[in-house]
Ligand binder design. Structure first.
Ligand code: HPA
Length: 236
C-alpha cells in the first residue's frame, strides 16, 4: 500500500500500462486482459492486474497533468518495484500534417513546466523516454504493421490557453502535438533509473478543431492499446 494506491505489494506487475482515464483502464482490463483483478480503487483511480497472452501486466490510470502522473508513477516505481510504465493517451495536433487517429511514439517530451527542476534538479526542458522501451515500441509497431510516428511532443501544464499561437517551446523543439503528462513521467523515470515511454493517439487537430467523436474513441484507441500490450508483453 502506498499513499495513493491501495494494492498490496506484489499485486502490481513489473510493467504497467497507464492511460489518463480510470474508465479507460477498466475498459482495457475487461476487454484485453484475462483474469483481471481490481487491485486499487483509491480516489477512483483504478488499477487492475491480469494476464495478457499468459504474462502478468497491470493497467491503471495516471489522472491528468504532471502532479497526478507524478504521484502515481513515483509510487509505482518506488513502492511496487514497477520497472516500466508505458503511458497511453491522446493528444492535440499543432499541425494538419497529423491526422486524427494517427499513432505517435514520443521521441522527446518538451515542457515549460518546473516539475523536473523542482522535483529532481533536472534542468532540461526536454526529456527523452527512458530505457529501451521507445525502440521496443518502434520494433513492435513494425511487426504489427502499425505506423507509430516517432516525434517530439509538447507536454503542457495548460489545456485552455488565451493565446492561440503555438507555444514557443513547441516551435523550439519541433513538437507536432500536445498532451499533459509525458514530461513528468519521463522525469520520474530518469531520476529513479526506471523505464518509461509514451504512445499517443491524435484525438484533435488544434488548427481545424477536428476531433474524434466520443463514440469513435473506443475503436480509435484499439491500435494504441494493442501496441502497448504487445510491447509490454516482451518486457515481462
Ligand atoms: N491539449 C492538451 N492535451 C490534450 C489535448 C490538447 O489539445 N488533446 C488531447 N490531450
Amino acid at each position: 500500500m502506498s499513499i495513493h494506491i491501495s494494492a498490496k505489494k506484489g499485486e502490481i506487475a513489473k510493467v504497467v500500462l497507464q492511460p489518463g482515464d480510470p474508465l479507460r483502464a477498466q475498459y482495457i482490463a475487461e476487454n484485453f486482459l484475462q483474469d483481471a483483478k481490481l487491485v486499487s480503487k483509491t480516489r477512483g483511480i483504478f488499477y487492475y492486474t491480469g494476464l495478457y497472452k499468459g504474462k502478468t501486466i497491470s493497467v491503471g490510470a495516471s489522472g491528468m497533468g504532471f502532479p497526478s502522473i507524478g504521484i502515481y508513477s513515483y509510487e509505482l516505481f518506488t513502492e511496487y518495484d514497477v520497472e516500466t510504465i508505458i503511458r497511453i493517451g491522446t493528444c492535440g495536433a499543432y499541425t494538419t500534417d497529423l491526422k486524427v487517429f494517427d499513432l505517435l511514439n514520443v521521441e522527446n517530451a518538451a515542457s515549460e513546466s518546473t516539475y523536473a527542476k523542482y522535483a529532481w534538479g533536472i534542468e532540461d526542458d526536454i526529456i527523452a523516454p527512458q530505457g529501451n522501451v521507445f525502440n521496443l515500441i518502434n520494433e513492435t509497431a513494425e511487426e504489427l504493421s502499425l505506423k507509430a510516428k516517432a516525434t517530439n511532443i509538447h507536454s503542457s501544464d495548460i489545456f485552455y490557453r488565451k493565446d492561440p499561437d503555438i507555444p514557443a517551446i513547441a516551435t523550439k523543439y519541433n513538437c507536432m502535438a500536445v498532451e499533459m503528462e509525458a514530461f513528468g513521467l519521463f522525469a520520474n523515470a530518469k531520476h529513479l533509473g526506471k523505464n518509461a515511454a509514451t504512445i499517443l493517439t491524435v484525438s484533435d487537430i488544434i488548427p481545424t478543431h477536428e476531433n474524434i467523436s466520443a463514440d469513435q474513441r473506443e475503436k480509435a484507441l484499439k491500435p494504441m492499446i494493442e501496441l502497448a500490450l504487445e510491447s509490454a508483453w516482451k518486457l515481462v
